[in-house]
Design a protein around this ligand. Structure first.
Ligand code: DAK
Length: 258
């Protein structure tokens, strides 16, 4: 991988988008590598939490690579779109929890990739925006769909139509991000949250993630049916037996399923 770094520490994988000279802008090669990387991650039982970040001091991802995009044919744009759809869906739907550690600019495709993660923890210096309409295009990595689902239609339209950049606190205020921390504490905070998640049943977390991701696209009754099925499935796991027995025996549970 030329544009991506992966560092596995115990059950946590830190994946860094690594084109700091271009503020980690997403070119076709990088999108392809993200797709390949998450294809590998989704099959790795040793990895239970992924932290996705940007290399360098300044930027998480400053959007799609404008230099490359400027010369794309419609066919190339479509291919990139399909590839990105696959890559971002893998991030969103992989069995692991994916935390975006947003260390700076998250513009356009950068905001969109952060939104495909489960949780967004951001540095107080981070900046968010969907500047596409200023370039004569619309968000093309799911922004028109994921942003209104996260912050509501009105705020999503304001961000997309004005192309304005907002700071970390405003992103927190509108519900785009989970937590804002001083820049120097970003990675530690993400790792602490990862450790907190790792204490719980991984299979249960995966089943809950599926129920949430699929359920928000359904009517309430269908979503409740889905939840009942996922809930039932947990009773076929060792973790359910161990978790409940440990409580009754007043000891710490050892949860192992994935
Ligand atoms: N693409 C390519 N290079 C970029 C870049 C980008 N998005 N953003 C920054 N760079 C490069 C700069 O050109 C500069 O390179 P050199 O001149 O040093 O060679 C270097 O990174 C440092 O950038 P600046 O000198 O501009 O740094 P500043 O601190 O002054 O400004 C900035 C930082 C983030 C405010 C500024 O760089 C900026 O406005 N960048 C562009 C942000 C943006 O508009 N991003 C694109 C959004 S549109 C698609 C689907 C989706 C999309 C596209 C296609 N298909 C399905 C086909 C998504 C589109 C978008 O994301």
């Amino acid at each position: 991988m030329n544009n991506l770094l992966m560092d596995v520490e115990g059950e946590i994988a830190v994946v860094s988008i690594n084109r700091p000279k271009a503020l980690n802008a997403l070119n076709t090669e990088t999108v392809q590598e993200i797709n390949e990387c998450f294809k590998e991650i989704q099959n790795r039982k040793d990895i239970k939490v992924v932290i996705l970040t940007g290399a360098g001091e300044k930027s998480f991802v400053a959007g799609a690579d404008i230099a490359q995009m400027s010369n794309m044919t419609p066919k190339e744009a479509r291919e990139m779109s399909l590839n990105a759809y696959e890559a971002f869906s893998r991030i969103e739907n992989c069995p692991q929890v994916v935390i975006a550690a947003v260390n700076g600019f998250a513009l356009g495709g950068g905001c969109e990739i952060a939104m495909s993660c489960d949780i967004r923890i951001v540095a107080d210096t981070a900046k968010f925006g969907q500047p596409e309409v200023g370039l004569g295009i619309i968000p093309g990595f799911g922004g028109t769909q994921r942003l209104p689902r996260l912050v509501g239609k009105g705020r999503a339209k304001e961000l997309i139509f004005t192309a304005e950049t907002i700071d970390a606190n405003e992103a927190y205020r509108i519900g785009l991000v989970n937590k804002v921390v001083p820049k120097e504490e970003l990675m530690d905070t993400c790792k602490k949250m990862a450790q907190r998640i790792l204490k719980n049943g991984s299979l249960a977390i995966t089943l809950a993630k599926q129920a949430i991701n699929l359920g928000v696209e359904m009517d309430l009754n269908s979503g409740i049916q889905l939840e009942s099925n996922q809930f039932g499935l947990t009773f076929s796991s060792q973790d359910q037996k161990e978790g409940m027995n440990a409580f009754l025996e007043k000891r710490k549970a050892e949860l192992k399923d994935f």
